[in-house]
Design a protein around this ligand. Sequence first.
Ligand code: 2PG
Ligand code: MG
Length: 423
Amino acid sequence: MPTIRALSALEILDSRGRPTVKAYCELEGGARATASVPSGASTGRAEAYELRDNDPARYGGLGCRRAVANVKTEIAEALTGRTFTDQRELDAALAALDGTANKSRLGANALLAVSIAFARAHAAELELPLYRHFADLVGRPLRTLPRLTINLFSGGKHAGGQVAIQDVLIVPVAARTVDEGLAAAYAVYQAAVGLSAERYHARALTADEGGLAPPFEGVEAMLETAVAAIERGGLAPGRDIALAVDVASSHFYRAGRYELDGAELSAEQMIARIAQWVARYPIISVEDGLAEDDWAHWPTLRDALTEDALTLGDDLLCTNPERIERAVAARAADALLLKVNQIGTLSEAARSYALARDAGWRVTVSARSGETEDHWLADLAVGWGGDQIKVGSITRSERLAKYNRLLEIEHETGLPVTTWPND
Ligand code: 2PG
Ligand code: MG
């Protein structure tokens, strides 16, 4: 059983140059590990609290020195020398020490960094690869690798709002390996670079998650260009490569209306618009089609999509067990976007995962727009058996760290990518 010998932390920078937290954990047996946590831009209001310094003179208030200090003092003092039978006990101790519902006292960034660094150190002590340790934590055999969902075009908060919706992703549905999926994505990405130049005179400059961001006239142009890129890449839309969208609609929802492509849509009109996209384009997953507070209309959205595409909740659910329970009861969604830092510890995220699975939902394990070179997310997606993984584009090293880790895991395990929808 792991006993903590030392805990520490350091303020490092994420992929947008903003501070975040890296934790260090050492166990009595000598195993050591680190973990760095990501941070979102299009955040849900129910997310766990990221503790920032709020000192405008330093990083515009975004510094993480207080969160780092909390790890080095209060958390280290409380946990050093203690033995934990498992991850759940450690995470319960972290949550109890914080004492707030949203982890606002010590900071979810401080707690999650410790939670994952401990998991990694424990895996090292057991001499297990991290993905296997994660699988053991949830009592699940390793069977498949997640299907890739790769950011092609960005908009919304990740690209200066040139178009309202946040991501158009490509999904290599025919690929049986991560390797094949990435090669197919490369062909489509290169074609998209060419189309962006020809149609929009846009250079291949990339948004927060590495997606291209030409000045599309609207969402239809974004989707149509994605389909054209698939074809130009020599692949069949729908059969080889499908599309997924993150509408991220909380961010253009004002006073009960969706401000999209120059119009103000009611929830019913917004649902009809999304259904039209799904009918016209090979879209198999719709994330945050409605706003996080628009609970009343989510069941109608799910009914409208159910035959063709997943109704995936991100801001709606915030990986929060209470919100997932509510959504299951209301039939508001049928898939969870799982982001561990939205809830703040591994064990609580595992509970969210289990709730979604018990309801028969699909799960997409997701990175954040502000990422680091750490790649624990790839191990988590494999270990927990995520149906899909969302880590951004195939450019930018903080994204590639995860894809390259998936390639390593594939090489090591020989596991197949999950087939869809009949796995
Ligand atoms: C999302 C994520 C990742 P952010 O909305 O799904 O794309 O963005 O990390 O900014 O919340
Ligand atoms: Mg989202």
